[in-house]
Design a protein around this ligand. Structure first.
Ligand code: KG4
Ligand code: ZN
Length: 345
């Protein structure tokens, strides 16, 4: 039996989790997954303000660690490892989590393990599965990343392709801003799209030609801007645009993003020979993506594992889960663990 504490502070959610693995069971047990969102602090700025985010993590993190231990009845002595997101993300917010994890590991005399946030998103669909879905193609779609990975095991993950400009979630957030729908935009655009016509506007599906598994969403975002304001006029308000039209634009935009994500994921499955697809990251909560990817994989005879909704957006359960599997495979970090805003793979 292995018990891991997980800490996640890479962006605007402070999260602490305790996860347990047992030798006889593949399914991990998530004892708790506490998330303090900073939504209200950043909403008025229309995006995450790094300095405000770092301060909020500092205020919340030790309280969440205490609550996690008290609410589960697990003592520091019961823990086998302290896991923490060490990359990628906002450098200031990452350092808050990494510094806290280093301090806890040192004072409790426990091993420390830094976890790649994107790898944790890539494997989050496996947290509650009875058998590992590897080898799999993992689609990671979040506010900062849109990537395809070949996952052969929890610690054997290679990049197949990634966005060359905007991430899918970023595109959702920017389209919501263009349509003055609020922040974060993904869930709102998703809701508004439900009543719209996905064929109303023929938005571009970029980079579908050729073998590349890279993505590009900035052209699509610009196409939405032109559709809303007209070419050459990007400063006007939303005068004259009906609620129905907004729903149609949301539906057509969502369908354009999802068509590309599904096509590239299928292509990645063909090129790797993987037998399953796993999907994680905030945009994995998108209803059109969940529907279309499930249908496509079923048509291709490929198993698809969608990350449970509660583990799609940033959370420490995925960090502790990924960390526990790395720990079991012998991985450890030095107590001098640093943080990195970017990641190469
Ligand atoms: O994984 P995440 O919590 O943070 C990052 O690591 O980036 O992802 C947040 C992103 C935001 O861009 C948000 O708008 C998007 O996920 N998102 C969605 C939905 N729910 C969250 N995008 C589309 N549809 C959704 N239902
Ligand atoms: Zn994330």
């Amino acid at each position: 039996m292995t018990i891991a504490l997980g800490i996640e502070t890479s962006c605007d959610e402070t999260s602490v989790a305790i996860v347990e693995s047992s030798p006889n069971e593949e399914r991990l047990r998530v004892h708790c997954n506490l998330i303090a969102t900073q939504f209200d602090l950043h909403a008025k700025f229309g995006g995450v303000v790094p300095e405000i985010a770092s301060r909020a993590h500092l205020q919340k993190l030790d309280l969440l660690v205490r609550e996690a231990l008290e609410s589960t009845g697990i003592a520091p002595a019961d823990l086998d490892v302290v896991t923490v997101t060490c990359m990628p993300g906002l450098i200031g917010t990452l350092l808050v989590g990494v510094t806290a994890a280093r301090t806890l590991a040192w004072s409790w005399d426990k091993p420390l393990l830094g976890v790649n946030h994107i790898h944790a998103h890539a494997t989050s669909a496996a947290i509650e599965l009875d058998a590992p879905p590897w080898p799999a193609v993992a689609l990671v779609v979040s506010g900062g990343h849109t990537s395809l990975y070949h996952v052969r095991d929890w610690d054997d993950i290679s990049l197949l392709g990634a966005t060359i400009d905007d991430a899918a979630g970023e595109a959702f957030d920017k389209v919501a801003a263009i349509l003055e729908l609020g922040y974060p935009g993904g869930p709102i655009v998703d809701r508004r799209a439900a009543t719209g016509n996905p064929a109303a506007v023929a938005f571009p599906r970029s980079m579908l030609k050729g073998e590349s598994l890279d993505f590009s969403f900035s052209g699509l975002k610009t196409a939405v801007l032109y559709e809303v304001h007209g070419r050459g006029n990007t400063s006007g308000g939303l005068v004259g645009i009906t609620e129905e039209r907004i729903a149609d634009i949301c539906a057509s935009f969502s369908q354009a993003v999802v068509d590309v994500l599904v096509a590239k994921t299928r292509q990645a499955v063909r090129s790797t020979g993987a037998r399953s697809v796993v999907v994680g990251g905030g945009v994995a909560a998108n209803s059109v993506l969940r529907r279309d990817l499930t249908a496509a994989c079923s048509a291709d005879g490929i198993a698809v594992h969608l990350t449970p909704m509660r583990y799609c957006t940033d959370n420490a359960a995925m960090i502790a889960s990924h960390g526990i599997r790395l720990f079991e495979r012998g991985h450890r970090s030095d107590l001098a663990l640093g943080a990195s805003a970017n990641v190469k793979d």
